[in-house]
Design a protein around this ligand. Structure first.
Ligand SMILES: C[S@@+](CC[C@H](N)C(=O)[O-])C[C@H]1O[C@@H](n2cnc3c(N)ncnc32)[C@H](O)[C@@H]1O
Length: 248
């Protein structure tokens, strides 16, 4: 979400102390069936090929101290990430490319509103064949009993908690408009598909979505398109100006 080198925020270690007071207020304003979704980029510790564990420390504190529940963890996979840090990945070749952000889906109660039927994925070719040609009900080598209920067409597959969404937005209207207006695009936008997944999965039309670290306001823009009501906060005035460009 926010790291010192990119936004002038706190370093990964200080990030937790900085973040917790915000999180307390997010919990206060969250509805009982609402969700709090936190996308966190990984980080290496300075000077060594070892990783910060701040995402996990933060999760423990959010749950143990503030009383959030972990509804589910997600991994936000961006296949087009660059192989950094160069020292460990491309020079010494002792680490592989880091291509996932961890996403904590947190809630105030154990039963936040959610419906995976709203985020179904298109069926794979093999599943389409199966639905067309049928499947002989039998016990799989794994011991799972594949009964004929697997042949029911549910209009799509239930998505996994690995979200593969490439962040390649180079010719989007937002980018074009920033260029025309001579504005620097926000350096750490997440893809619209990411916001779209969670807004569809966890909210309904008319619900209120709060984005407290809006950046270019991807969340607000997607929420508007999905007929959710939205409130976004952003501390940097230039980013706010840039975000207005999204709305034409
Ligand atoms: C990772 S960016 C969010 C990018 C966003 N997801 C998007 O797609 O454009 C985090 C943003 O939080 C903003 N920020 C940091 N501290 C803040 C604060 N206290 N209140 C509001 N915004 C803050 C930063 O200026 C930065 O733009």
């Amino acid at each position: 979400m926010t790291r010192k080198k990119e936004y002038g925020n706190e370093s990964a270690e200080q990030y937790i102390e900085w973040f917790l007071p915000f999180a307390k207020e997010f919990k206060r304003v969250l509805t009982n069936d609402g969700s709090f979704v936190l996308d966190l980029g990984g980080a290496y510790l300075p000077g060594n090929p070892v990783r910060s564990i701040y995402q996990y420390e933060l999760l423990v504190r959010l749950c143990k101290e503030l009383g959030f529940f972990l509804a589910q963890e997600f991994y936000h996979y961006n296949p087009s990430r660059l192989p950094t840090p160069a020292e460990w990945v491309t020079v010494r070749r002792i680490r592989v490319k880091d291509s996932v952000n961890i996403v904590w889906w947190l809630s105030k109660t154990p039963n936040p509103k959610a419906d995976n039927r709203k985020v179904l994925k298109p069926y794979s070719e093999s599943m389409k064949n199966l639905l067309k040609n049928g499947y002989k009900a039998k016990v799989r080598p794994s011991g799972h009993d594949i009964s004929d209920k697997f042949q029911k067409d549910n209009q799509g597959a239930i998505p996994p908690n690995l979200l593969e969404i490439a962040n390649t937005e180079s010719n989007s209207p937002y980018m074009k408009r920033c260029k025309e207006a001579g504005l620097k695009p926000h350096p750490a936008r997440f893809p619209a598909g990411f916001a779209e997944f969670f807004l569809k999965f966890l909210t309904d039309e008319g619900d209120v979505v709060l984005e407290p670290f809006a950046g270019s306001n991807t969340t607000g823009f997607v929420a508007e398109n999905l007929k959710r009501r939205w409130i976004s906060f952003e501390i940097n005035e230039d980013y706010v100006k840039g975000s207005m460009i999204r709305f034409g």
